[in-house]
Ligand binder design. Structure first.
Ligand code: FAD
Ligand code: SF4
Length: 455
């Protein structure tokens, strides 16, 4: 039996607007999909969820028609359910372990989570929480920081989040585009955390005027570092400094936070005609699909391995294809060429083939001699990965980092410094929303454990 399909904007329409692609289930569709859940005693799906959402229980409430209760069950362990219902790779997590998947398609757990979260009311549990007199500082307001903050606030801690940008949400606000994750959805869920008592201070960069040591001097009992991995990587090829070459991070931030899609904005992206996006992950898909919506005539995704090896979610690749993005796999840029004004004019590419597996287990791409070619382009977007920025590292010399510049932390977020915890992309390097949230929640529980012992 198949999943109930998700209603979507038609590709020829949506490629011209930033409105949401997936439109959400109607009550009838949600009821039909919920009825596919077998309410299994062993709950294998729950083991696949990094924050342990009580999946069969919330689906049962959808079957009963009690959306508010379904949403409340999810929120017991997931601070951002409307976000997760939209962007989590459920196919690799809860849905991968669903018994329905043995003979057919799994229950569409993510779509049902979105339905419940969108329909549920804003909960205000503050009256039920007793203040325990302890203060926690959280660095960064992405999914890791927000999940840690929400869990600790629910346990009675006075939590303050310090965020470098002018708006909280991390990649959810400045990275993932509006057509996959409307910013109003993120704002609503951040608003719920504020209603729970979490304070968020924006434009507050930890590592400059304020350091982690200052936070302890100010009387915080513990610090959680959830500062992400926002420093973009480049290939190191000739021509990367030409006008018209962006990191995906800068391009998406301009589009999302600075409204580059609006010609009246102060920092528009220049007129795009022929765009080449380098990379094969979700970030590359998002950058390519934004470029298309900004009016580019052609958008080519250039990826050095094959379609099978692409790390992006299948759904995103499918949507990008439907919208008219070209995929040039087994292709790697060798040089970017400019005109006399130092504007990009073309990308010289190598054709690749796959050799023996490398350390990651994936077959290594090798250059196919004599098969190179040139692609015309006026914009090149590099989406080949990112790493943590060095601010915290440089300002906290006694904290341990690994050789990639990530904070060295145990599974429960503990670092080498007492009462300093860390989680999310700052520890793992670029990963996923739900893994960051799981890490934030695990650290919150460990902080509570430790502070309860210290009493
Ligand atoms: P972030 O979300 O990066 O948040 C870190 C926050 O800390 C930021 O707000 C930053 O401004 C702030 N900060 C950094 N340094 C400091 C400092 N010194 N002081 C104060 N604040 C600081 N994952 C999915 O699961 N599904 C997807 O579909 C998906 N799509 C993605 C698309 C894009 C374009 C990108 C870039 C990522 C995507 N991801 C996706 C990955 C996912 O968004 C990240 O893994 C996740 O956001 C990591 O959460 P985090 O809280 O660790 O870090
Ligand atoms: Fe329902 Fe699938 Fe979980 Fe069983 S494994 S309870 S069918 S969602």
């Amino acid at each position: 039996m198949m999943k109930t399909p998700m209603p979507e904007q038609a590709p020829e329409l949506r490629r011209n607007n930033f409105g949401e692609v997936a439109l959400g289930y109607t009550p009838e569709q949600a009821a039909a999909e919920a009825s596919r859940c077998l309410n299994c005693k062993k709950r294998p799906c729950v083991a696949g969820c990094p924050v342990g959402v009580a999946i069969p229980e919330f689906i049962t409430e959808i079957k009963n028609g009690d959306i508010a209760k379904a949403a409340a069950i999810i929120k017991e362990t997931n601070a951002l359910p409307a976000v997760c219902g939209r962007v989590c790779p459920q196919e690799n997590q809860c849905e991968r372990l669903c018994v329905r998947a043995v003979k057919g398609e799994p229950v569409a757990i993510g779509r049902l989570e979105r339905y419940a979260a969108d329909g549920g009311q804003i909960t205000d549990n503050r009256g039920q929480i007793t203040d325990n007199g302890k203060r926690i500082a959280v660095v960064g307001s992405g999914p890791a920081g927000l999940s840690c903050a929400g869990t600790l606030a629910g346990l009675g801690y006075d939590v303050t989040v310090f965020e470098a940008f002018h708006e909280p949400g991390g990649v959810l606000i400045y990275g993932i585009p509006e057509f996959r994750l409307p910013k109003e959805i993120v704002r609503r869920e951040v608003g719920e955390l504020k209603a729970l008592g979490v304070s968020i201070i924006t434009n507050a960069v930890v590592g400059q005027a304020l350091t982690i040591d200052d936070l302890f001097d100010d009387g915080y009992d513990a610090v959680f570092i959830g500062s992400g991995a926002g420093l973009p990587s480049f290939m190191g090829i000739p021509g990367e400094n030409l006008n018209g070459v962006f990191s995906a991070n800068e391009f998406l931030t301009r589009v999302n936070l600075m409204k580059a899609y609006d010609a009246r904005s102060d920092t528009p992206v220049k007129d795009l005609k022929k765009v080449v996006v380098v990379g094969g992950g979700n970030v590359a898909m998002d950058a390519a699909r934004c470029a298309l919506r900004l009016g580019a005539e052609t958008v080519d995704i250039v990826y050095r391995r094959g379609m099978e090896e692409m790390p992006a979610r299948r759904e995103e690749i499918h949507h990008a294809r439907e919208e008219g993005i070209n995929f040039r796999v087994l292709t790697n840029p060798r040089e970017i060429l400019g005109d006399e004004k130092f504007n990009v004019r073309a990308v010289v590419c190598d054709a690749m083939e796959l050799g023996e597996p490398d350390a990651s287990g994936r077959r290594r791409p090798v250059v196919k001699e004599g098969a190179g070619f040139t692609l015309d382009a006026d914009c090149v977007i590099m989406a080949i990965g990112s790493a943590p920025n060095a601010l915290i590292r440089n300002s906290t010399p006694d904290l341990d980092f690994d050789r990639r510049g990530c904070v060295a932390a145990a599974e429960d977020g503990r670092t080498n410094r007492p009462m300093v915890y860390a989680g999310g992309d700052a520890v793992t390097g670029a990963a996923t929303v739900i893994l960051a949230m799981g890490a934030g929640r695990a650290a919150a529980i460990a902080i509570d454990d430790q502070l309860s012992k210290n009493k």
